[in-house]
Ligand binder design. Structure first.
Ligand SMILES: Cc1cc2nc3c(=O)[nH]c(=O)nc-3n(C[C@H](O)[C@H](O)[C@H](O)COP(=O)(O)OP(=O)(O)OC[C@H]3O[C@@H](n4cnc5c(N)ncnc54)[C@H](O)[C@@H]3O)c2cc1C
Length: 304
């Protein structure tokens, strides 16, 4: 499935079929800015906070990187106008704003990220920098370090499946530091990542301990029932008040559990993707949920 996420041929076939509109609609807010603002407004009305992700990664064209950054600035202005920015931030993939360019990708991505952070600051909200595959981890953390000089509120993401992540948690678990901890969504080699679910889960718990026992602001991104429970127990153990950390889950994944946590008084942020470029995102979500896979494959096969 993760190879399919990178396959141009399968992407073409999939995008041409009306596919499973139900599946796309379950995980993606819609194609347009107005779609995502409407969904974010509804979620805020239901007691959630939100992080908006403009779908698209691996931009190889300067104009496209600029347009993606412009889109973020526009969404942030719109959130401000709609009086949602106190509860809604944005998540940005650096590869969508130039990081993947040969030569000066880091500088291009940093310039665009600064512009987005500036717009977020003006709107009264924040940016979290998503983490992508392990070949980009050092570059992403370096760019984050630069960004935080001017925008210390910028969120980081660390992936528990990487062997290095405990160390990165220690580096980033300082006062004022917002860190999202997730398992990790890419197809990584055993030299850098734990392969077995049990090892990834154990790493997640070790990392959560570091973040929750430190003075920063941990953002615990998982749908795993066991990890949600363990996280809650750790938060109590380290005398964390509700609101001094948050849970994060993806739009469309375990919505009942999201509501349950809100009812229990927890801060829950829903990560809401939108945009035309939903293919890679959808396939990664399907890889995590084999039950949805047969529906997806039947739909593609029947329309070829
Ligand atoms: C807010 C947020 C932001 C993220 N940001 C990043 C990022 O920047 N970089 C990155 O690499 N990864 C990111 N991820 C993805 C993450 O790394 C995992 O791939 C993903 O969350 C699945 O792991 P899990 O912890 O939910 O556990 P899993 O073990 O995958 O799932 C646990 C349970 O959750 C339910 N579930 C999981 N997926 C689905 C689904 N698609 N549909 C229905 N139910 C499902 C099932 O009940 C499953 O048993 C993010 C995840 C979240 C929640």
């Amino acid at each position: 499935m993760l190879a399919a996420a990178r396959s141009e041929r399968l992407k073409d076939v999939t995008e041409r079929v009306a596919l499973t509109r139900r599946l796309v609609a379950r995980y993606v807010a819609g194609a347009s800015e107005s779609d995502v603002i409407r969904v974010a407004g509804d979620l805020v009305g239901d007691g959630f906070t939100v992080s908006i992700d403009r779908l698209g990664e691996h931009t190889r064209d300067l104009g496209q990187a600029m347009r993606v950054a412009d889109t973020y600035v526009s969404v942030l202005d719109e959130l401000h106008r709609a009086e949602l920015s106190a509860r809604v931030e944005v998540s940005v993939k650096l590869s969508a704003i130039g990081q993947a360019f040969h030569g000066d990708g880091d500088r291009v991505a940093l310039d665009h990220a600064r512009r987005i952070c500036h717009a977020a600051r003006n709107a009264g909200t924040t940016v979290t920098v998503d983490m992508e595959d392990h070949t980009t981890t050092d570059s992403t953390l370096n760019i984050l370090r630069e960004l935080r000089l001017d925008f210390p509120e910028t969120g980081a993401v660390l992936q528990a499946y990487l062997r290095r992540t405990e160390g990165d948690c220690r580096d980033l678990a300082h006062a004022g530091s917002r860190v999202r901890l997730c398992k990790g969504a890419y197809d990584e080699p055993p030299s850098v990542a734990f392969m077995r679910k049990a090892d990834v889960d154990r790493s997640y718990v070790r990392c959560a301990k570091i973040l929750l026992s430190g003075p920063g602001y941990p953002m615990l991104a998982t749908h795993d029932p066991r990890l949600v429970e363990i996280t809650g127990a750790l938060a109590s153990k380290y005398h964390r008040l509700q609101g001094s950390y948050e849970y994060q889950m993806l739009y469309g994944v375990r919505p009942e559990e999201q509501r349950r946590l809100v009812r229990a008084g927890e801060e829950v942020r829903v990560y809401v993707p939108y945009g035309e470029d939903w293919y890679g995102y959808l396939v990664r979500r399907l890889a995590e949920r084999p039950a949805n896979l047969s529906l997806f494959l039947r739909s593609v096969a029947s329309k070829r």
